[in-house]
Structure formats: C-alpha cells, structure tokens
Design a protein around this ligand. Structure first.
Ligand code: ATP
Ligand code: MG
Length: 727
C-alpha cells in the first residue's frame, strides 16, 4: 500500500511519532511544532498501515471547534468518512457514552443536560428545600463548590468535612442537589464526565468491552486535562496503555479551572515505558515571532524547558503600537486590516485577540462603523450578551412602559417572585383588553385580582420602574445606566455568580456604562430623539447586525483563551497593559503571573507572518478610566524584535482620514448612490465633496469633505444630501 501521502510531509521526529509501536507515547513539544498534525497523521497511519479499524480509535481534544477540525483532517487523509471512530471533546464523548449506556449509568433514557442556568436553578431549589437562607448560602457558590468536587471525582460521601460546619452544610446541599438531579433525570456538565467514569469503573463487563474496543486513545492539548479527564483516560487505556498524548506545558492556561499540568509529569510514571518525543522545529511562525515567544516564556521558572527553531526566515518585525485610547487602538487595527485586504488578503486571515470579553466592545464598534464583517468566535457580540440585554430592557422600560418585550425580559430578572402563573394571568388580561403588559398589571392590581405574594411582587416591580424613571431624570446617560444597573438589582444579581462567566457579566455591565460615556451623535434631522433613544437604537442595530456567516470572509475576534490551537497569518494582541494583561489579580496573587505569561505565549505563537501588539495609554473599560503603562510582557520581548509606531496626532475624529488606498478603489458594494469626487450639499454643513463611503443598506455612510466644517462621516439614511450637478 502506498502510504507516502501520510509520511511525506513530516520530519524525522514527527515520523517517528506517527509510526511508533503501540504503547504509551508522549509528545512534549512547543507551539506550532506540528503536534496536532502528528496526531491526525497517526490516526491515518493506524488505520491504513496498522489496519486498526476506525471502530478501535478514540481521539479527544479541548473544544468543539478543534474536534471538528480534527475530524475533517482525518477524513481528508483517509479519503473517507471517519465512520464509527470516536472523535470529540471529553464532554461530547462522555455524553455519547451515557446515551448508549443510560441503563448502566442509572439514568432515564431521555436524560436532560443542564446548562449552567438550569443548574443554578436546581441548586437553588435544593437550598430552599433544606430551608436554608439563600443570602447566606448563595446558589452560585454552592454550584461552584459542587462542580469543583465533581471535577475532582468526589461525591458527597467522599468529602471529609473535618467538623467544619460550612463544609458540612455544603455537603448537604450537594447531596440534596444530587437527589433532585436524579429525580429529574438531569445531568450537568461536570456530571457527564463523572458519571461516565463511574459507570465504566463499576461495570466490569462494560469496561472490558471498551478497553478491548478502543485499541488506541489519542489526546490533543494534554496539558489542559483535569483530574477526572485523566482518570477517564487511564481507565479506558487499561493494561495495554496505548495512549498517544500530545501537549505543551508552556500552553497550560486553564489552571484556574482545575486543569493539571502535572498530568504531563505523571504520565511517564502512570504509563510505564512511555516513549517521549520532542518536536523542536516550528513550522508556523517567522523567526522574529518565534524568538519573541521563546524569549518571553524563558521568564517562567516553572517549566519543563525546550527551545523552538524555524528556518522560515526572520520575517517582519513585531509592531508595537501605543494608542492614546481604545478607539484609537481599534482604528489602528482596522486600518492595518484594510491595507491587508487591499493588497489582496482575506479578512479571515486577521485575528484580533483580547484578554477579557468586555474589551471586544470598543473594537466591535469601530468594525461596525467601518462596515467590516466580523465574527466573535466562542462568544456573543457585546450587545447580544444576556446581561447587556437585561440592562437595556430596564432602560427601554423606563423610557416606555408599554415595551412588552422588555417587560417580559426583566419583570422577574433579577428574580423577585413573579412566577409563570402570575405572568400568564397578566398576559391574558393584556391580550383580552388589548393593552400592554404594564397596563394590564395596573388593571389587575386595581381589581385586586392577584394573590397576596404575587400582588406585592408586581406592585414592587412597578414601583421600581417608576422610581428609576424619576431618579434618573436629568442624569447623563452614563450616570443613568450606572444608576439603573445598580438599583434594579442586576449588578448584585450577577455579582453573586463567582464563576468566570459571572465575573465576565459584571465586567460587561460596567463596560456598558463606559460605552454610555461616549454617547452616539444624534442624527441631525431627528431633533426629537433623546440621547437615550439614540443609544438604545444604536445598540439594537449593533445587536441586529448579522454575525458573519460561516462562508463569509470575516475578521475573527476572540479571547486569548479561545485562540488556543489555532493559527492566523495576521494576529493583533490588544490591551497589552499592565493590570489588564497580565491581569491585576494575577499580579497581586503570587505565582499567578506565570499562567498569564503562558497565555501571552499562546497568543504570540498564533501568528504566522505578522504580529501586532497594541495598548491604550488611556482606556475606558468597565466604565472607569485607566491610565496605563505597557504590559511587562512587552519589556520581556527583546527590543530588537520590536518596531514601535507612534500614534498620529488626530485621534478625536473617527477615521481622521480614510486610508488613501480606499479612495482610489472602485468598489462594488457601494449602496450610497454616490461616487467618490461627487459634490453634495447638506442643509447644515453646506457644500462638500464625497471622499469615501462604506456600509450597506441602512448602515451606508459617506465621508464628505465639507468646505466650511471639514470632513465628516454621515449616515445616508439621515443625511438628506443633495447632489450638486455641474452646470
Ligand atoms: P499548537 O501548539 O499551537 O497547538 P501544534 O504543535 O499543534 O501547535 P500544528 O497546528 O499541528 O502545531 O502545526 C502548525 C503548522 O505547521 C500547521 O500549519 C501545520 O500544517 C504545519 N506543519 C507541521 N508540521 C509540518 C511539516 N513537517 N511540514 C510542513 N508543515 C508542517
Ligand atoms: Mg495543536
């Protein structure tokens, strides 16, 4: 059989790994050295050369996206579908296992998966069932406790309470929650893994079957496996120990979530006679990028140590841009992307990375303003996020009590005891009388048609909205939003959630206040519009703007964490500021900066050809002003690899001047009906010349250089421009 297509494109060490004899094998190698590539080629090798049936192969990785890519690459190599091969994430594969063996797992056939919100509610119910005070035992904390224990493989009966009353109470909550789950036939995320581990462990026959079936187990991103995932692998591998693990200790970035980089060290011990292979040649990045990454990670003391080299050539220097503020930073990035596109590059080749989710807002705003399609990978766009929609719903309701959609959204958010029954009563009255829900509430209350508790709750809600309306009168937009998120109870509600998600939500809410400090311009021809109206409709437009389709050429936005394993020709690492990245918290807690540095290493090593690092000297984030110095990581990159670009002088005007290349380009996406060079007249600004345009449909905008007032971007839909014809 001709297997040259499997081995041709591999170097000696990679070949050695791909063709290794069965048995435990650990690839401990740096970023871009071909670990994932070796893993997929190994699968092809096993199947086509060693004649291992697809039935006998299980490959696991970290994210759904990575699993999807792995599947596609294997199919390409095999030239056929993967069939019965198991390729997926730990959660995905556990789920598959439990669906097949629900009986042995003691689950109902139709068991449901709980998302984190469902889980919180069920934990809350358990707490109430124990007649505990929720303020003293917040459901979020208990949920966090339970998930941690499950990730450690611990059931309530396994936990030692050490006579600690808090621990004892937590164990009771855990037990009550577990009973509730079992009763409801519900399984949370951590349970997927724990339950399938236990089911395998406690059913000899099943275990034998799967140990025999899966001749080969392959794991990518091994450095980020947690205790239970590791135990699951060990169990499935059994005596023969055919585990092919690939990882990089320098890219371990989920320690805060229970990942154990020690698993790499334990591996050789737990799987005797492990073959260890190192890959040192990097195929992804230019020399300058790679040297920057190598130099940076050297600052970490706690590492296994390795060095990467490349013969791709030095390539461009790394560009460092210190912007005046976050808007300036975003515009700098967008101009670079536009230049890249003008030179024939694709937008999808550019990835914009940031440390925390809330940072995407300023970037998204400029992308939308410039009409550049983008996709937020692994998350929602800013204005689509749950907590932002909650806050906006309050604002809308304050501005218009008849807004039923907003009413529905926040009437019981944060929870205030208005249940489904009461709500459906309100809805019926509203439908029958053809009035808004707000109106219906008033009627029901007047008619005394609600029971005691419900009546109190609804009254309190209406009072709250009216009170907020009164209190915020005359406030500036940012004061108003800040007031509303606080006094509506939203902020406190999300603060209770101590998970990463909860923290991101609080940050996003604070960022919304920040967004309001810089309110949108009022459309010139709509004098009646208030700043709040303009802000809300802006938000609606931004949320409504379609997320780029799969096939559309989009700029990629994502957090540094979700960039793991991916590669892009052009990478922007934003917010390179002390206190943001590395984060303030990591600076304060000892030993935490190393994980931040690994994250920085992950970011740098995503870049193939061009890497941009940027910071904002003044950043408004979470509604606060920060005056920043450059991240210490910048100073850890050898200066000779960096090229610093100074900001331009004009930063107050958006897109101070459209890049020259855009002006000369004939574009087919012109939906303004105007052409560059055309003379136009505006009722207020007088006469001017069109120098650029962008956007589609209702978002179409033109850039006009007015004789009297200089250049301005105008929204076509509002501008009412008169076209001047040459006589
Ligand atoms: P990461 O640590 O970021 O996950 P990795 O070690 O998994 O990286 P891969 O993504 O497998 O690295 O490979 C990086 C890039 O180098 C890919 O584009 C891959 O196709 C290419 N590559 C790997 N090995 C070779 C090779 N022998 N010849 C040519 N290209 C290669
Ligand atoms: Mg990889």
């Amino acid at each position: 059989m001709d297997v040259s297509h499997i081995l041709d494109s591999l170097n000696t060490e990679q070949r050695e790994a791909v063709t290794a004899e069965p048995g435990p094998l650990l690839i401990q190698a740096g970023a871009g050295s071909g670990k994932t590539r070796v893993l997929t080629h190994r699968i092809a090798w096993l199947n086509q050369v060693e004649n291992v049936s697809p039935f006998g192969i299980l490959a696991v990785t970290f994210t759904n996206k990575a699993a999807g890519e792995m599947r596609a690459r294997v199919e390409e190599l095999l030239g056929s579908p993967i069939g019965p091969m198991w390729v997926g994430t730990f959660h995905g594969l556990s789920h598959r296992f439990l669906r097949m063996h629900w009986k042995e797992a003691k689950l109902p056939q139709t068991f449901q998966i709980l998302d984190s919100e469902d889980q919180r509610r069920l934990v809350q119910r358990a707490i109430r069932g124990l007649a505990l005070d929720e303020t003293q035992w917040p459901p979020r904390n208990a949920m966090w406790y339970i998930n941690n224990k499950k990730d450690e493989g611990l059931r309530p009966q396994h936990i030692r309470d050490d006579d600690d009353p808090t621990e004892q109470q937590m164990i009771r909550i855990y037990q009550a929650y577990e009973n509730a789950c079992q009763l409801a036939g519900a399984v949370d995320f951590a349970e997927l893994l724990l339950r399938s581990l236990e089911t395998l462990r406690d059913n000899d026959e099943l275990l034998q079957h799967y140990q025999n079936r899966f001749q080969h187990l392959l794991v990518d991103e091994f450095q980020d496996t947690n205790s239970i995932q590791y135990a699951w692998l060990q169990l499935l591998a059994g005596e023969k120990g055919n585990v092919f693990a690939v990882g990089d200790d320098d890219q371990s970035i989920y320690g805060w979530r229970g990942a154990k980089v020690e698993n790499i060290l334990n591996f050789e011990h737990d799987f005797p006679a492990t073959k260890v292979i190192r890959l040192e040649r990097n195929y992804r990045s230019t020399g300058n990028i790679l040297n920057a990454a190598n130099a940076l990670i050297e600052y970490n003391e706690d590492r296994l140590g390795k060095n990467l080299w490349t013969d791709i050539g030095d390539g461009d220097l790394i560009t460092f841009y210190s912007a005046h503020n976050e808007g300036d930073e975003a515009r700098f990035i967008i101009e670079r992307i536009m230049e890249h596109v003008h030179l024939g590059g694709a937008r999808a080749e550019a990835a914009i990375l940031y440390r925390s989710n809330a940072q995407s807002r300023a970037i998204e705003e400029e992308l939308i303003r410039s009409g550049i399609p983008y996709r937020v990978y692994g998350g929602l766009r800013f204005f689509e996020r749950m907590e932002i929609k909650d806050a906006l719903a309050y604002l809308r309701l304050i501005s218009l009590s008849d807004d039923d959609v907003s009413f529905e959204r926040v009437v019981n958010q944060p929870p205030r005891g208005i249940g489904d029954k009461t709500l459906s009563q309100i809805r019926t009255v509203a439908t029958d009388a053809n009035v808004s829900l707000w109106h219906a509430c008033a009627e029901i209350l007047t008619a005394n048609a609600l029971k005691g508790r419900a009546s109190t709750a609804v009254t309190a809600f209406m009072k709250l909205i009216m009170q907020l309306r009164k209190e915020t009168e005359g406030m500036s937009l940012d004061q108003m939003i800040s007031h509303v998120i606080e006094h509506s109870g939203l902020l406190a509600h999300y603060k209770k959630d101590r998970t990463e998600k909860g923290e991101a939500r609080v940050e996003n809410l604070q960022e919304l206040v920040g967004a309001a400090m810089d309110p949108p311009d009022l459309p010139e021809d709509m004098p009646d519009m208030t700043v709040l109206d303009a802000f809300l409709s802006n938000a609606a437009l931004e949320a409504g703007e379609r997320q780029g389709d799969e096939w559309e050429d989009c700029v990629q936005l994502m957090t540094l964490h979700s960039a793991k394993g991916l590669e892009f020709p052009m990478v922007f690492m934003t917010g390179m500021e002390q206190g943001l990245f590395p984060s303030k918290r990591s600076i304060e807690e000892s030993g935490k900066v190393e994980e931040e540095r690994r994250l920085c290493y992950v970011g740098i090593t995503r870049a193939e050809k061009k890497l941009y690092l940027s910071m904002a000297e003044h950043r408004r984030l979470y509604g606060r002003d920060h005056f920043n110095t450059a991240s210490k990581f910048i100073s850890e990159i050898p200066a000779e690899l960096l090229q610093e670009i100074r900001p331009r002088m004009h930063v107050t005007r958006p897109m101070a001047a459209p890049p020259a290349i855009k002006r000369s380009k004939i574009r087919e996406d012109n939906s303004t009906g105007l052409t560059v060079g055309q003379r136009v007249k505006h009722s207020k600004f007088g006469e001017g010349v069109v120098t650029d345009y962008e956007g589609q449909g209702s978002h179409a905008r033109v850039y006009v250089n007015f004789e009297e007032v200089g250049s301005k971007w105008l929204v076509m839909a509002y501008a009412n421009l008169e076209v001047m014809h040459i006589a």
